[in-house]
Design a protein around this ligand. Structure first.
Ligand code: FAD
Length: 398
């Protein structure tokens, strides 16, 4: 097997040569705002290229389209992607949570059927958990799945479905039993096809003017019964496992990155270019303090990310650091954007495409989009509850 160092060096050479530059249209900063066909086609092709070169799913088994190497190889390739700030990987829900879930707990048939298409981006996945009245209270999901022979008939609606209009499959949490002893016992989990009669999506426009998610409507949509994952009534267990992948608490993701992370050094660059009272903002002692604090927090988070990989350090509370990381990284990105906007002063009011905007409104767009990750996959408030209850052992909320 190729050494991690050699693999990383090969990846470095490949990304140096192949990373697209000077793309003539605006690329999304995260997988949650892929809003035009132009962006979609470009990113699908890019993910496919990265996969075919061997830098996505490098550690997934070869039987299912992976590279048969180790997690360390994939991590090295992902680091190189960061170094070159490559465009994001498109099929985030596939590579980040549906894929690892199927890899860990799926049947042999499910693995062979679904995993290769996830890596190549031929099969886009979306997630149908949230409903118009039930987001954080996921256990209250009401979308109805009624068994009828070899099929389930679906009725109801899901919302905030990222890439719902592009997806071929949905990981779907639905209610199969309305009389179960408690709300969790009546739920089931499906690997549901999306391109069937009775499934419709409506795009939702975001605060930033971009699109990226949909409301999804199910009207007597019939899906094969064998798309049920696990047993009927055990959907809550499968959904909770999926959320652990989504929140980064379990490894196994196919790699790459799906949200471009703000480098605080870029804000330092901005502080050199922006002015305060006629001087470079970087010379303002208060601003210097704030920038330093931001850099220190960034370093601490990176150190924690590395610590989370050292088993003896995390044995006692295996999920503690990853659970904290989701909260910290997402809030940090939002705070970094806030700081950048403060640096831009009066100019921060101009958005992408507007005369007078600085750096074509990059920071405005990045700041507004930074809220997405603090909400999706569990809001920061919910994440704090989880850390409080499961990591610190505080009393549970009712
Ligand atoms: C960009 C984006 C993409 C998304 N993509 C998907 C997707 O692909 N698939 C999908 O299924 N969902 C997706 N979501 C939905 C997301 O998971 C939900 O928005 C989230 O779970 C919150 O649910 P809600 O919007 O119904 O808010 P609510 O649950 O109504 O919460 C409203 C507010 O109350 C707070 N709150 C609620 N309950 C508590 C509590 N017990 N303790 C403390 N505070 C509480 C929340 O933190 C929040 O601030 C996406 C969301 C965003 C923003």
């Amino acid at each position: 097997m190729i050494s991690v160092e050699d693999f990383a060096a090969q990846a470095d050479a490949w990304f140096a040569e192949h990373t697209p530059r000077g793309v003539p249209f605006m690329l999304p900063l995260t997988f949650m705002e892929v809003g035009t066909d132009e962006q979609f086609d470009f990113l699908r092709d890019w993910q496919n290229q990265v996969y075919r070169a061997g830098y996505l799913g490098a550690h997934w088994p070869t039987d299912y389209g992976g590279g048969g190497l180790t997690q360390k190889h994939q991590d090295a390739a992902t680091r190189v992607m960061r170094k070159y700030n490559v465009p994001i990987m498109l099929n985030a829900i596939g590579i980040g949570w549906a894929g690892p879930l199927i890899l860990d707990t799926g049947t042999e048939d499910e693995k062979r059927k679904y995993l290769p298409g996830i890596l190549s981006a031929d099969d886009i996945w979306c997630q149908g958990f949230s409903e118009p009245d039930n987001g954080s209270d996921l256990g209250n999901a009401q979308l109805k799945a009624v068994r009828d022979g070899d099929e389930y008939v679906l009725n109801g609606s899901k919302t905030w479905t990222t890439q719902g209009n592009y997806a071929k499959y949905m990981i779907l949490l639905a209610r199969t039993d309305f009389d179960a002893p408690n709300k969790y016992a009546g739920l089931s989990f499906f690997l549901a096809p999306m391109r069937i009669p009775g499934v419709e999506t409506t795009k939702i426009r975001k605060l930033t003017g971009e699109y990226g998610f949909t409301q999804t409507f199910f009207t007597d949509a019939r899906i094969p019964a064998d798309t049920l994952m696990g047993q009927e009534g055990e959907g809550w267990k499968v959904a909770m496992r999926t959320l652990e992948y989504e929140r980064g608490a379990r490894g196994g993701q196919a790699g790459g990155y799906t949200i471009s992370q703000t480098d605080p050094l870029e804000v330092v660059g901005l502080a050199k270019r922006a002015t305060r009272n006629g001087q470079p903002a970087l010379e303002d002692p208060v601003m210097r303090d704030r920038l330093m604090a931001q850099m220190i927090e960034g370093q601490a988070m990176m150190a924690n990310r590395e610590r989370a990989k050292i088993m003896p350090l995390v044995m006692e509370r295996p999920f503690a650091l990853p659970m904290l990381s989701k909260l910290q990284f997402t809030e940090y990105a939002r705070e970094t954007g806030e700081l950048a906007l403060e640096l831009e002063g009066a100019q921060s009011g101009y958005y992408v495409g507007e005369a007078g905007s600085r750096e074509d409104g990059y920071w405005q767009r990045s700041y507004l989009n930074a809220f997405s990750a603090t909400i999706g996959g569990g809001t920061s408030q919910i994440q704090r509850n989880i850390v409080g209850e499961h990591v610190l052992g505080l009393p549970k909320t009712r």
